[in-house]
Design a protein around this ligand. Structure first.
Ligand code: MTE
Ligand code: MO
Length: 351
């Protein structure tokens, strides 16, 4: 793992370990804004309140007994994934230069948030559902629990889970045990870990991590934490990157197999990926792998002709709304370094 920060723990794996449809738990990136909270499964309660007719307090056992178990294969992607490409354009102080592996896919098991909300009875005036985690982040102003919200419409979709397991194993503490939200298609920040409260509301969350960060500011904006500034991030934009060979690898010149991942949020899927070894003059369409679910990434592979000497490969993906990744990081640079979905670039040396 490349450890960006030890405390709170922030780390991403080498590219090559993301080649499987489902990522091994040990290779799943970790993104934390505060210390991993002590969570005792026995005393843990999930409170469901706000604009509901019957507020609930549910133990992990209650969740298992009262609601049907569901498993959903879904990709999580941090809004800061590939930030390093933006930092190379212009420095982004205070934010880690994440590479292309702050994304991963797991088979998540738990219950549908929709089933729990139905048991609580959602009021007609409700528009949003807020989640609060048990970790208090000193990075927030003022320090507060990590949280965020999604529109009620999304919260009612069958793919949104309150999960206790990933890949058939109990969630490890760093990934949110005993319970986390999984919001497929949305930036990772909405998949709140150590969730202990679900609040039904009539406005988006005022939590620092939604109202003041994880927002797209215009390129010339000051990085201030003024709540409501810029645009709230939600659905993940179409994105892709290389997985093998590794960046800066030496490979035999000639036809070379390259692989990568592509992902689009919402309920969009990946429909095409192109790769170029000549700076974009000519492109080869990649073969697309299976897409395990609407909510999962799609791997791709292509054979390109690597010349002798240094070469920069390019890759670009299209999603099912015909959106294409933008060409250059300069076009998408923003003060907090979110959503670098510019074309993937990989340096190779042909020998
Ligand atoms: N939930 C809590 N409670 N605290 C956090 O710091 N980080 C979020 C989200 N949920 C976070 C959280 C962010 S920004 C991301 S990208 C994902 O968790 C990362 O999940 P992972 O660490 O399991 O990969
Ligand atoms: Mo994130």
């Amino acid at each position: 793992m490349t450890v960006h920060q030890v405390e709170p723990y922030n780390a991403e794996p080498p590219r090559s370990v993301l080649v499987d449809a489902v990522t091994p738990v040990s290779a799943f990136y970790s993104r934390n804004h505060g210390p991993v909270p002590a969570a005792d499964e026995e005393s843990w309660r999930l409170r469901v309140d706000g604009l509901v007719t019957t507020p609930l307090s549910l133990s992990p056992a209650d969740l298992r007994e009262r609601f049907p178990e569901r498993t959903e294969t879904a990709t999580l992607q941090c809004a800061g994934n590939r930030r390093a490409g933006l930092v190379a354009v212009k420095d982004i102080p205070g934010e880690a230069p994440w590479g292309p592996t702050a994304t991963a896919t797991a088979a998540w098991t738990g219950v549908r948030l929709a089933d729990v909300l139905a048991a609580a009875g959602v009021s007609d005036t409700a528009t949003d559902v807020e989640f609060l985690g048990a970790d208090v982040s000193p990075q927030a102003d003022p320090p507060q629990e990590f949280g965020g919200s999604i529109p009620l419409r999304k919260a009612g979709m069958p793919e949104v889970l309150l999960a206790w397991a990933m890949n058939g194993e109990p969630l490890p503490p760093v990934h949110g045990a005993p319970l986390r939200v999984v919001v497929p298609g949305y930036i990772g920040a909405r998949s709140v870990k150590w969730v202990h409260r679900v609040r039904v509301t009539d406005a988006p969350s005022p939590n620092f991590f939604q109202a003041s960060t994880y927002r797209l500011l215009p390129p010339d904006a000051e990085v201030t934490a003024t709540p409501g500034e810029g645009v709230e991030l939600g659905l993940v934009a179409v994105n892709s990157d290389f997985l093998t060979p590794d960046d800066d690898a030496e490979v035999p010149a000639g036809p070379t197999g390259v692989t990568g991942y592509a992902f689009a949020g919402g309920d969009r899927t990946i429909v095409r990926v192109d790769v170029s070894a000549d700076g974009g003059s000519t492109w080869t369409q990649a073969e697309l792998g299976e897409q395990a679910s609407t909510w999962a990434w799609r791997h791709w592979d292509a054979t390109v002709d690597v010349p002798h000497g240094e070469v920069e490969l390019l890759a670009r993906a299209w999603d099912s709304s015909a959106a294409l990744q933008p060409e250059r990081p300069e076009q998408v640079w923003n003060p907090k370094g979110y959503v670098n979905n510019s074309w993937a670039r990989l340096r190779l040396r042909g020998v």
